[in-house]
Write a protein that binds this ligand. Structure first.
Ligand code: ADP
Ligand code: ADP
Length: 223
């Protein structure tokens, strides 16, 4: 079943002399439970693509459909709610709230929506993240790998259909990176998310089901 589809997605930043065509008509789709890696040189448009898929940036042209919904036709408020429920976002630098515990960081998106969390689900998620004995720690007490697992927990707490990760292993060593990839693979088996990960690390990309290569804002093919 297809969960994600873009049609002719384009993005131009700025105007006049400062105009940058970051994406030039990207059409691609991903199925439920599929792990897709987006690769390509620096500046090829990988982060822009992820931001358009996540509703963080607005396309100049083209559409993004998630589970059939054209996300960019939603109102600002509607999109914010949709994002918190259906799209998990993970970045290279974990973006945790330093004053909140591991558990409170993970629960944040639910609290922003006034939603209750099933305690069993939270416990299950903490186990999956291997953070069960870290729940009350502050981010600064954790290793980089652990902090990234908290960020992934925060992205997964609402059980989104789509998980988007921009260089999630970019700040981690080999072992930390492998742990994150293992976690993503277990999560999509268990919860059947579609996962799109941007990476310039070809060993990481090889672990995905599919690899799409961007060059200069265009899809250069799959490898
Ligand atoms: P990648 O993730 O592959 O490195 P990006 O999507 O970050 O590529 O960038 C693609 C192009 O768009 C680059 O030329 C970059 O400089 C430009 N770009 C990205 N974000 C912005 C922005 N907010 N404003 C202007 N130009 C941008
Ligand atoms: P890794 O070997 O994964 O890179 P570190 O060497 O940074 O991790 O940390 C090893 C262990 O020590 C981790 O379990 C981490 O939670 C813990 N730790 C790291 N820094 C601190 C700290 N400032 N306070 C408490 N525990 C810490």
């Amino acid at each position: 079943m297809e969960i994600l589809r873009t049609e002719n997605l384009s993005k131009i930043y700025g105007n006049g002399n400062a105009r940058v065509e970051a994406l030039k008509g990207i059409s691609f789709s991903a199925g439920k439970g599929e792990l897709v890696a987006v690769t390509g040189p620096s500046g090829s448009g990988k982060s822009t693509l992820l931001h358009l898929l996540g509703g963080v940036e607005v396309p100049t042209a083209g559409t993004v459909r998630i589970d059939g919904v054209d996300i960019h036709t939603k109102t600002r408020a509607g999109l914010a709610v949709f994002r918190r429920r259906q799209i998990g976002l993970v970045y290279q630098f974990y973006n945790l709230i330093p004053t909140l515990s591991v558990e409170d960081n993970i629960l944040l998106p639910m609290r922003l929506d006034g939603r209750r969390v099933n305690r069993d689900y939270l416990e299950e998620l903490l186990c999956l993240l291997k953070l069960e004995d870290r729940a009350k720690c502050l981010p600064r007490e954790l290793s980089g790998g652990e902090q990234q697992r908290v960020a992934i927990g925060r992205a997964l707490i609402a059980a989104p259909a789509l998980l988007l990760a921009d260089e999630p292993t970019g700040s981690l060593d080999r072992r930390g990176s492998q742990e994150i990839m293992a976690l993503l693979k277990i999560s999509r088996e268990k919860y059947r998310q579609t996962i799109v990960i941007v990476t310039h690390d070809r060993d990481i990309a090889r672990q995905a089901d599919r690899r799409v290569e961007l060059r200069d804002g265009r899809l250069a093919g799959e490898w």
